[in-house]
Design a protein around this ligand. Structure first.
Ligand SMILES: C[S@@+](CC[C@H](N)C(=O)[O-])C[C@H]1O[C@@H](n2cnc3c(N)ncnc32)[C@H](O)[C@@H]1O
Length: 510
């Protein structure tokens, strides 16, 4: 089997990429990033969206299910990826998702409808400069005025100290026959031996040790796609932004959202050094050195009105926000790279309880009796902080059918801990990753008559080689396993299910 397809600029095509959902690609989040930076975002509904290098299509399909009145397309040149994506769309009866098997180097803008969103997650650094130019040309040609291109890529200076790890993995993989995964497995083992034996490169580069640990944890399929392709270009923000601006695409912001706020991004010791740098372009260049950036997710807009601070204020005041989890599961402390967001005290207690119960705008929140004492400015600021810590998300009155058919198809597929279960919510316009045990509970609660629940659980534990624990004690006995699963299902039904019903993820049970 051919492991690297030279025709395609060296990106490997013999093994499928890992399945994953990229939450950054949700239009609701892209709109938030534009708005908070003062740029009028593309439409929230009835839009056209294209994901370039869509892999197995899990993100495109989930977003199509969660945005049923909009149209989604995914493009990838790996035939296995596209076949998988099409099959998932068909199983989920998605009429608004389509997939094209095509090389990004040869996209034909004239054959594509006008677009509001173009996204390429984890693509830019792994393709040749010519393919990168074709990708950006395509976005510049097909985006409507005010449309957005999101690109994420390996960034410099962060990768500078780690580039030799890539070289080591590439070189170590060369002597091995077999698939790219076989080669990656051997390369990872070689790097681990060197690191464990105290090789000076790893000893003096903690970042390389961490990156190797990440690759070992993510496994050889991920490592093959990350490190073994023929093209690999970590890039400076300034170089990407310059290529974009040459095609009329201007930088409008970054994801995760908190990175657009210097007071929660820059280490305290560097605040003064950067305080006079007002120009965003100049700031980003320095910021990447201040935080030693490894990976960036940037938004570029085609034309559109000038930046206006009122856009951010209007977004915060008029958007309906809600939680994806019950109040008890909203995190009260978020550790960012250099700062900690804390949601403690009476204001956050009242706010979290209110938003978890029912989505609301800042205006509605400020007039809630539990929150009026704090005043609208404090409420708005607290909402912003919850948003930056990703504990709340923009919501909308769901338009179009609830994606319960798509979610059923997801729940019906073989569950595996290596592929996350991602269910679509039309209210949130995005996907919700649920733990495997919750997916099992949902399968039971939404697909089986209550009278048959005990026998279903018993058949489930008999079928699965489950590794369960009661405290520190491993539980091998099947009767006890069935009792544990039944108790977990009940806990899930009481604590988690109502939220998923409220988010339109599943129909009410019973
Ligand atoms: C690192 S994976 C990222 C996949 C997906 N965006 C994600 O984040 O899960 C890069 C993807 O780009 C695709 N790709 C690479 N070069 C391509 C090209 N020249 N034309 C089309 N697809 C390409 C690969 O097949 C792969 O699915």
């Amino acid at each position: 089997m051919q492991s690297v397809d030279a025709r395609e600029g060296g990106y490997l095509t013999d093994v499928a990429y890992v399945r994953q959902f990229c939450k950054e690609l949700a239009p609701a989040l892209l709109r938030a990033a534009c708005s908070l930076n003062g740029f009028a975002p593309p439409p929230a509904d009835d839009f056209d969206y294209c994901e370039l290098g869509c892999g197995t299509g899990d993100t495109t399909n989930t977003l199509a299910a969660a945005n049923p009145r909009s149209r989604f397309a995914g493009v990838d040149f790996n035939a296995e990826h596209v076949a998988f994506a099409r099959d998932l769309a068909a199983r989920g009866a998605l009429a608004n998702a389509s997939f094209l098997e095509h090389d990004l180097a040869r996209l034909e803008p004239e054959a594509t409808p006008a677009l509001d969103y173009v996204c390429a997650h984890g693509v830019l650094s792994w393709i040749s400069p010519a393919t990168r130019a074709a990708l950006i040309d395509f976005a510049a040609a097909r985006l409507r005025p005010g449309g957005v291109l999101y690109v994420s890529y390996n960034a410099l200076p962060g990768w500078a100290a780690v580039e030799p790890l890539r070289r080591l993995l590439r070189d170590a993989s060369e002597s091995v026959a077999g698939t790219s995964v076989d080669r990656a497995r051997h390369a990872l083992a070689t790097a681990r031996l060197l690191s464990d034996a105290g090789a000076e490169y790893f000893a003096s580069n903690p970042a390389a040790r961490e990156m190797l640990a990440t690759a070992l944890q993510a496994g050889p399929t991920y490592a093959a796609h990350e490190y073994l392709g023929g093209e690999w270009h970590p890039m400076y923000f300034a170089d990407v932004a310059t290529e974009m601006s040459a095609r009329g695409l201007r930088f409008v912001g970054q994801l995760p959202l908190y990175l657009n706020y210097r007071d929660v991004t820059i280490p305290l010791t560097l605040m003064d050094v950067l305080s006079g740098v007002e120009d965003r372009f100049a700031f980003e260049r320095l910021k990447d050195f201040a935080v030693n950036e490894f990976f960036r997710g940037d938004l570029y807009m085609k034309g559109g009105p000038a930046r206006d601070a009122a856009t951010a204020a209007a977004f915060l005041d008029e958007t309906t926000f809600g939680t994806l989890v019950p109040a008890a599961n909203v995190k009260r402390e978020i550790r960012l790279r250099h700062h900690v967001l804390r949601y403690a005290g009476d204001l956050f207690d009242a706010l979290v309880a209110r938003l978890a119960e029912r989505p609301a705008t800042v205006k509605e929140l400020a007039s809630d009796p539990a929150l009026t004492p704090f005043g609208p400015d404090a409420v708005r600021d607290a909402v912003l902080h919850l948003l930056l810590g990703e504990q709340i998300t923009p919501m909308r009155a769901a338009t179009g059918p609830a994606p319960t058919g798509y979610n059923r198809a997801i729940l019906d597929q073989r569950l595996s801990t290596s592929s996350p279960v991602v269910l679509a919510s039309a209210q949130a316009g995005t996907g919700i990753v649920v733990p495997t045990l919750h997916a099992v509970a949902l399968r039971l609660l939404t697909g089986v008559e209550p009278a048959s629940w005990p026998s279903w659980i018993r058949a489930f534990v008999d079928r699965q080689p489950l590794r369960l624990q009661a405290g520190d004690r491993p539980v091998g006995d099947k009767n006890e396993q069935a009792r544990i699963i039944a108790a977990e299902v009940e806990r899930f039904r009481a604590a988690r299910l109502p939220k998923l019903v409220a988010l339109g993820v599943v129909d009410p049970v019973g």
